[in-house]
Write a protein of this length. Structure first.
Length: 284
């Protein structure tokens, strides 16, 4: 009989997956990791009781995390990824021909190795790409110590608990601000806003002193249950948030992107926030 996996992100409510087959389970140096098969979602990876990614819907998250900042910028050559060990962010970034170099800082080598083995479609060969430079280390230390500067920085972290917690701190955001090129853009996973509203408020408060524009955009990712997910957005170039649709469409065509979720129209619409988020930010 198959076991069930109960997600424990919220105290009073959650979601459950049938584990048709457990492919791998272990306590790594940093976290408890399990990868299993599910009839509805394909292969699923969870860390410390929280669903991280599934084969079936990962494209929604990864396309929105990558193509919104890159096509808003329009000429990004250097990209920094913090986290993202499954390789999905790296895969999407490398689709952009303007990008000459990508540095990815992931704290847990085992996550990369296991995802290459059990979730190979996430990275789809991205780790072997000569434009990719993989650093195993602490993301907070990296952004505070590096001499490099980047056009785009993407923080693909777990939720703010366990190893991912430091990636929501002011020290991390200060490091981000210091290694972002002029006109650069920072984006980060910021939780499901209806259930994690405080996370949105806290992030806004911490980013606001460091950037001329600290905002959010959204997408609904089916397995991140509870409604829309918010992505933090921070930049000193205000025009990036309001790129004309025709310009986005031209950039999309020029990059020759093949996407399953992202469209230039959806890109524009994703910055429209529901009233409850705007009120929380105003009152917070």
């Amino acid at each position: 009989m198959a076991n069930n996996y109960l997600e424990t992100l919220y105290a009073g409510w959650g979601q459950q997956f049938v584990m048709d087959e457990i492919l791998f389970e272990a306590q790594t140096e940093h976290q408890h990791l399990v990868i299993f098969n599910n009839a509805q979602w394909g292969r699923v990876m969870a860390l410390d009781g929280v669903i991280q990614t599934t084969e079936k819907d990962e494209f929604v998250y990864h396309e929105m995390m990558v193509h919104v900042p890159l096509l808003s910028h329009g000429s990004a050559q250097s990209v920094l990824i913090i986290g993202g060990g499954d390789g999905g962010i790296l895969r999407e970034v490398l689709k952009h021909p303007t990008v000459k170099q990508v540095t990815q800082v992931e704290i847990d080598q085992q996550v990369i190795d296991l995802c290459k083995e059990y979730l190979p479609n996430h990275s789809a060969g991205a780790y072997e790409n000569p434009r990719a430079n993989i650093v195993i280390g602490d993301g907070v230390e990296f952004v505070n110590q590096t001499q490099q500067k980047f056009d785009i920085i993407i923080s693909d972290s777990t939720d703010p608990m366990g190893p991912g917690e430091v990636l929501f701190t002011s020290r991390f955001y200060q490091g981000i601000a210091s290694c972002l090129n002029e006109g650069g853009i920072f984006v980060a996973q910021n939780g499901v806003s209806f259930l994690q509203t405080q996370e949105v408020i806290t992030t806004a408060k911490r980013l606001a002193p460091l950037f001329d524009q600290a905002s959010f955009y959204t997408a609904a990712v089916p397995t991140y249950v509870g409604g829309i997910m918010t992505f933090a957005w921070a930049t000193n170039q205000l025009a990036h948030k309001n790129v004309a649709l025709a310009t986005l469409e031209a950039r999309y065509q020029a990059a020759n992107l093949q996407t399953r979720f992202y469209t230039p129209s959806l890109h524009q619409a994703s910055f429209a926030l529901p009233q409850y988020i705007m009120e929380a930010l105003h009152n917070g």
